[in-house]
Structures are given as C-alpha cells and as structure tokens.
Ligand binder design. Structure first.
Ligand SMILES: *[C@@H]1O[C@H](CO)[C@@H](O)[C@H](O)[C@H]1NC(C)=O
Ligand SMILES: *[C@@H]1O[C@H](CO)[C@@H](O)[C@H](O)[C@H]1NC(C)=O
Ligand SMILES: *[C@@H]1O[C@H](CO)[C@@H](O)[C@H](O)[C@H]1NC(C)=O
Ligand SMILES: *[C@@H]1O[C@H](CO)[C@@H](O)[C@H](O)[C@H]1NC(C)=O
Ligand SMILES: [Ca+2]
Length: 778
C-alpha cells in the first residue's frame, strides 16, 4: 500500500495576476519547489504536486487549481474530494486527479479551504489509500483601496496657532492582507489645502502656517488622500474631506462706529436715566468682545458715566447728577473704547483704542416747583397764641420763567393750621392742644401761577409735619375710679387701698407724683410710696356706721412738671360691716354712696313732668266726660266713688302746703254762709306748683278759664270739687272724703255740714241723702 501525499504549494510571490498566466505560474512554482526538496521525497516514492490559486482571476472558469496523484491509481480507482466547498467550488477529475475551481475566489471573503482527498476502488467502493487532508490557500492580490472611517472629518484649531499644532486625526483602513508587502499599508497626503495643513504618516493633521486668521477665513476644507502599496505606482487610493474650523481668540479691538454721537436729554431725566448708546464694532466673536469705556478728559465725570451693555457691547451713557437746562445746555465729552482682555501676543491691529466725541444737548422741560427740602418738620409748643408763625416752606419754579408760587393745604383741610398763600408761612388759627392732637401732618401744594397763561397745572406736594410740644397744663388725677372700703372696726394702720395717678401731659421717665391730704384728717393718712403710688391707711380706727356710712377723703396729687400742676381727687371710702376675720359683710351700694348723678336727676325730672302732663290731660278728659254724664252722675253713686278712687293723688294733707292750700277748705268750713272770697281762692297758684313746659301754657290757661267758669256758674253742678278732693290727704282737718275709708252705711260722719258748704257741695249733700236747708241754699 502506498501513501498518497498531497501538498499545497504556497505560490511564489506574484507581482501581478494580470501579467502572469496560470500555467506559467504553476510551472515556475513547480520548478522552485523541486529545487528545494522534491528529490528527497521522490526517493521515498512520494509524489509532489503543487496547488495554489490566485484570488479574483479574470480568465474563463474553471480554473485549474492543482492535481492529485498516487502511485496506486489505475483504471479501477478514482479520486474523490470532500470538505470545504468540495464538489461545489472545487471539483476533481476522477481519473486524472486534476482539481478545478468553478468560481472566482476572494481572499477577503475566505482565505483558505480545507479539503480531504480519497482514492477509492470503483469495484469495491473501498479506499485504496488512507484519506489525506490538504489546504487550498487563496493568494492575496491588492484588490482593496484604503477606506476612510468617515466620509467627512471635522477639526478645530484656534486661530493664530503655532506651526505644527495638532488639528485632528484621520484614519483609513485597507482590507487586503497586511502580511503581504504593501497591499494593506496606507500612506496619507494632503492634496487640497496643503499650503495650510500637513498630515503625518499615521493620519494626524497639523497646521503648516502660523497666521491662520479667523477674521479672514474661518473654515478650511482640505482633501486628504490615502494610498496603499507605497512606492509602487499601482497602489489603490481614496480621498476624504476634512473641514477645519478656526476658533476665535480675542485679537481685535473695538472701534466706534461713529466718530461723533449727538444725544438729546431732557433736563428732568432722572439720575441713572439713559442719555444714549454708543455702538462699537468688534469683529471678534461675542464672547471675545469686552469693551471698556472711559472718559478721555476729566470734564463732567461727575455728571455722566458709561457702562457696557453685556449683550450688545454698546456703551450706555447715563447721568449721575440731575441736569439743569438753566445752568448747562450742552455737554461735550470725549470717550474712548478699548478691550483690556485682548490677547496681546497676537494683537493684529495698529490702534489699541478708539475715541469718539459725544455731544449732549440738554432739553428744556417745564418743571413743577421745587421745594427747598424734601419734607418739613416743625415743632410748636401747645397753647401758643393763635396766628403764630410756626415755620415756613419755600418752593421755586426751576424754569427760566421763574413763575410765582402759590401755597395751599391739601390735607387734612381743617382750619387749625393754614399756610400763607404767597410766602409759605405756616400759621395756627387756634391754640393747639397737645392732648387733643400731638401731631399735625399736612400735605401742602405749591402751584406755579402765570398771569398770562392761567391754567398751569404745574404743582408739587410736600409733607409738613408739625409736632406739638407738651406743656404741663394738666393736673394729675386718679388713674381710675376707686371704691375703697373700710371695716367699721379696722385697726389703726390698716392699708385700705393703693392708689396711683395719671396725667394727660407727657409722662416722661422723670415724672413724679406726690400725694398728700388736702386737709387735716383724724381718721386716715396717706403714705406716699415714692414710686408714683400711695397707700391710704387707717389712722384712728373704730368707725361708727351710725355717724357716717361713707367718708370723703380729698387727696392732693402734684406732678413735678414745670409749671407744677396740682390736682385734688376725692376718695369716697365706704364704712362696711365686717366679720371677725375682717371680711366685708355689708356695704352700702356704690350708687348710694356717690349720690345721685346729674343725669339721673334729669331723667327723674323729665319723668315727673310727663306724669303731671298725663294726669292733667286725664283730668280734663274726665271732666268733659262728667259734664256730659251729669244726669248719670246725679243718680249713680257708685260711679262717683269710682272716680274718687281713680284720683290716686293724695298729697300731704294740711301739712302739704306746697301742693294745696287747705285754708281754702277751712275758711269755707268756718264760714258756711259765706262763699269763699275770690282773693282767698287758691287760684292759679294751685297749678303754678307744677312746672309745665311753656308749650302747655295754653292748656293751663284753658284749665283756669274752665275753673273760673265753673266757680262763677251758680246753676251748674260743682263737679270740679271732685278734683279738689283729689288733693286732700290723711292729715287734712276735714279728713279724707274718700269713699275708700268710709263705710257706706255705718259711717259716723255727719254729712249735714255738706249742706252748709254751698252749692259746690250740693251734689255731695244730695248723694249722702241730705236735703239742702233753706239757709244754706243760695
Ligand atoms: C459503489 O458505490 C456506488 C455509489 O455509491 C454504487 O452505485 C455502487 O453499486 C457501489 N458498488 C459496490 C460494489 O458496492
Ligand atoms: C462633522 O460635522 C458635521 C456637521 O457638524 C457632522 O454632521 C459630522 O458628523 C461631523 N463628523 C465627524 C466625524 O464628527
Ligand atoms: C405724623 O408724622 C409723624 C412723623 O412721621 C408720625 O410719627 C406720626 O405718627 C404722624 N401722625 C399722624 C397723626 O399721622
Ligand atoms: C372721723 O370719723 C368720725 C366718725 O367716725 C367723724 O365724726 C369725724 O369727723 C372724722 N374726722 C374727720 C377729720 O373727718
Ligand atoms: Ca488592497
């Protein structure tokens, strides 16, 4: 049995597949390998064969790859291939052992194939030789150009960078076999823009010059070529663009866009207000514009200042002092602009600063009056005489017209304080009382008046604060009402109450009240505690409630003001019953002790008047009713009783001379035949006791008239006596005529006398069943 050896021959280096044909290639390889060691193998009966294949052969398919050979081959044997792509790409001639490739191969897809060769006996299907494994290697040719990793590369470098500053790195990759000379070795070259940039062998791009100026050209697009097979003229290549941006540095100074700026400013422009803006041009990018403005000369530096607008880099001219058209109408300034942060190494300009002239025209404005002070504060002592000048205010027209000013009070518009229209004097019209108003805060207006042009509305307001200073014009008094109590049997030295005082005047820290008794006093003492309070003590105890239920204790309190004020306040001390522990068991009510207040008296008096008025009206009404019901009266005794009862106005009787003069009745009684004298009649005095409001004078008069009529009417019934009975009382000599106390039947009163009293009592006499006598008849 013979071994079958199949050997792949690695092809000798082939410069170009296009130049050499397959046959020539194969022969050359056969020759060289034979030289190296085939003789040795031949001696061992091993047959050499050489197999290789070049990628991407352009000749017609199939391509011969190699030949299997065995000494054992005969007519009955055949060659068979197994393994990678066997019988698809690679096929073998069963008899000759020639191997063919039926496809074009690409090393970059698959660089080698592993196959197994068999020699079998066609009759038995048995292998004649053991299977032999061999490789078919695909030989590289330079069929791939270097490829850049990006279509476009970006790079950035500061402008004005030194030569050799790294900008960016580009990379191109070659798919060919890197182990074969040059096929995958890449070299770079700048083909556009090489005057500004160069590239190293590993793709780093550097600046080639040092004067790249962003302000001239900010981006460069260069073209870089990558090429393989260095040194050969058949190398493959590709190109890419690199966009290089120059970043800005601060290498340019600002320059004013105008060499003269003219601004107009109204004179009433507030301080800090903007007069105008000066534009500068700085061709650097915004972040590299740091314009600083300054005054070239010292003039008007106190009036103006320039700030930089951070956004626009403009110079903003503002005023730092009020303008006044009447004093300066025009300002001329010289202002320079520069950039302190400039990169001086690469400073390109000749001029380091720019200077401009600024003219400011102040515009006249009709301004309102200006007060001499922002506000006024005056002080005036209280109680000062009216029409005193407390102070004065002044305002003037700031304009050239210098119009007259008129002053007036805006608020509060009370008439306590006035301002003189023309000269601004502040005057009090009345004495000022600090205790009523400690402050008078006014708003006063100053108004320009122009006789030629009346409706001028230019006016200003100012605050005027007037403080009324205190004068010690109020006496001290008790801080609050006290209701002290003392036990009947209080021991000597007992403290009844602690009192303190107050004063309407200003009570400063040095304020001191002194307390003492108004007059010599046996029963109580005052102990000044020297802390503005005082204690009231019992001096001699054992009070007697039967003698006095209250004690009045006037206490003098003086302040230490200037002038000193002294006030007397009276303590009303109630004497109370106490138990053995000194606890009050019974005290007089507070109202009883302090007496009836004046308002109470007024109420009582008015109530009395009302009652009297009502009673008087009732009397009149009753009288009228009775006059109508005379007949009924004549028969109905019970009703008369009723009337008497209704007159519940019994007075003090004989003693009550103020209510009724009983002597009238007495005189009648003594002289039964004589009718009471006209002079002796009580007359109007009966009614004069009652104080009537003057409005009721008519009523009184009417009553008098009616009474006189009745008195003089001899024929009429004496019904008016019913009223007179209303005033008799228990102490009357005639005793009560009231039916209330007299029994109707068992009375022992002799009613005969009624007959003696004349026609007035005729009715009563009738009622009590007595016939009038001849004598008593009129
Ligand atoms: C050998 O193999 C082939 C195909 O596999 C078959 O057709 C043939 O009959 C076989 N011969 C013998 C003797 O087994
Ligand atoms: C370069 O810049 C362009 C535009 O900004 C961008 O689209 C591109 O992706 C960048 N290329 C690289 C390699 O960064
Ligand atoms: C008046 O002004 C003074 C000072 O501002 C202030 O203290 C006082 O309270 C004011 N009085 C009134 C009544 O407004
Ligand atoms: C002291 O009180 C008594 C009654 O208790 C009284 O009679 C006397 O007048 C009082 N003395 C003075 C000085 O008021
Ligand atoms: Ca290549």
């Amino acid at each position: 049995m013979k071994l079958l050896w199949v050997q792949l021959l690695v092809a000798a280096y082939v410069s170009s597949p296009l130049v050499l044909g397959h046959e020539a290639n194969a022969n050359a390889a056969e020759r060289r390998s034979g030289d190296r060691g085939a003789s040795r193998r031949v001696k061992r009966d091993w047959m050499w064969n050489q197999m290789f294949i070049l990628e991407e052969q352009i000749s017609n398919l199939p391509h011969i790859v190699g030949k299997l050979s065995s000494n054992s081959a005969n007519e009955k044997t055949k060659y068979i291939l197994k393994g990678d792509s066997a019988n698809t790409i690679f096929k073998v001639n069963e008899k000759t052992g020639d191997i063919y490739s039926f496809e074009r191969l690409d090393r970059e897809k698959k660089s080698q194939y592993e196959l197994t060769a068999l020699l079998i006996d066609t009759t038995t299907n048995k292998t004649v030789e053991p299977p032999s494994v061999f490789l078919i290697k695909v030989h590289d040719i330079n069929d791939n150009a270097p490829e850049f990793t990006h279509h476009v590369f970006n790079g950035s470098v500061p402008e004005m960078s030194d030569v050799g500053t790294l900008v960016t790195t580009v990379t191109a990759l070659d798919a060919d076999d890197p182990t074969l000379a040059g096929n995958a070795q890449v070299t770079y070259q700048v083909i556009t823009g090489e005057q500004y940039f160069r590239i190293s062998s590993n793709g780093e791009i550097f600046t080639a010059v040092s004067n790249l100026d962003r302000e001239k050209q900010s981006t460069y697009e260069i073209v870089v070529k990558a090429r393989d097979s260095p040194g050969q003229n058949w190398g493959l290549s590709s190109t890419t663009s690199v966009i290089i941006t120059l970043s800005d540095i601060n290498d340019n100074f600002p320059t004013f866009t105008q060499n003269k700026f003219i601004f107009n400013a109204p004179e009433n422009l507030r301080v800090g207000g903007e007069v105008g803006r000066m534009k500068v041009e700085d061709i650097d990018e915004p972040q590299n514009r740091n314009t600083k403005y300054s005054f070239v000369t010292r003039d008007f530096r106190d009036t103006f200042s320039v700030t930089t607008n951070a956004l626009t880099n403009e110079g903003i001219l503002i005023i730092t002092k009020p303008l006044d058209f009447e004093s300066i109408k025009e300002y001329r300034l010289s202002i320079e602009a520069t950039d302190p942060t400039i990169d001086l190494r690469v400073w390109k300009q000749v001029k380091a600063k720019s200077i401009t002239e600024v003219i400011i025209n102040v515009l006249d404005v009709d301004e309102p009056p200006v007060f001499s002070k922002p506000f006024y504060q005056f002080e005036v002592v209280e109680n000062i005489a009216p029409n005193t000048i407390i102070g004065f205010i002044t305002a003037r027209d700031p304009d050239a017209a210098n119009r007259n000013i008129r002053y007036s009070i805006r608020k509060p518009n009370n008439d306590l304080i006035t301002v003189a229209k023309t000269n601004g004097n502040i005057i009090n019209t009345r004495a000022l009382d600090r205790e009523t108003n400690a402050w008078h805060n006014l708003t006063i207006a100053a108004e320009e008046i122009d006789p030629n042009n009346p409706p001028i509305k230019k006016e200003s307001l100012v605050s005027v604060i007037i403080k009324v200073l205190d004068v010690n014009d109020n006496a001290p008094e008790f801080a609050r009402p006290y209701e002290p109590k003392v036990c009947e049997n209080a021991a000597d030295g007992t403290v009844i109450i602690n009192i303190t005082a107050t004063d309407k005047d200003e009570m400063g820290p040095g304020m001191k009240f002194t307390y003492y008794l108004a007059k010599k006093e046996n029963n109580f003492t005052v102990q000044d505690n020297h802390d503005n309070t005082a204690n009231i003590l019992v001096k001699h105890g054992q009070f007697n409630r039967d003698v006095a239920k209250v004690h009045y204790l006037p206490i003098v309190i003086s302040d230490n003001g200037s002038p000193e004020q002294i006030g007397t306040s009276t303590l009303t001390i109630a004497v109370c019953k106490c138990d053995e522990n000194g606890k009050f068991t019974f005290c007089e009510e507070a109202a009883h002790r302090v007496g009836v207040a004046v308002p109470t008296l007024v109420v009582v008096f008015i109530s009395l008047l009302l009652i009297i008025l009502v009673v008087t009206l009732l009397i009149i009404v009753k009288r009228r009713q009775r006059k109508k019901n005379i007949n009924i009266l004549g028969k109905n005794v019970a009703e008369i009783h009723e009337q008497l009862v209704t007159y519940d106005e019994e007075g003090g009787g004989e003693m009550d001379t103020t209510s009724y003069d009983v002597s009238v009745l007495n005189s009648v009684r003594r002289n039964v035949a004589a009718r009471p004298k006209h002079e002796a009649e009580p007359g109007p005095c009966l009614y004069a006791q009652v104080k009537k409001p003057s409005r009721n004078g008519e009523m009184a008069f009417m009553i008098e008239v009616k009474k006189d009529e009745a008195d003089n009417d001899g024929d009429g019934l004496p019904y008016d006596t019913l009223h007179i009975f209303g005033y008799e009382g228990s102490e009357s000599i005639v005793e009560s005529l009231s039916s209330l106390e007299s029994g109707s039947s068992d009375s022992d009163i002799d009613y005969d006398v009624l007959n003696d009293w004349g026609p007035r009592f005729k009715m009563l006499a009738n009622l009590y069943g007595l016939e009038p006598t001849e004598e008593s008849a009129y």
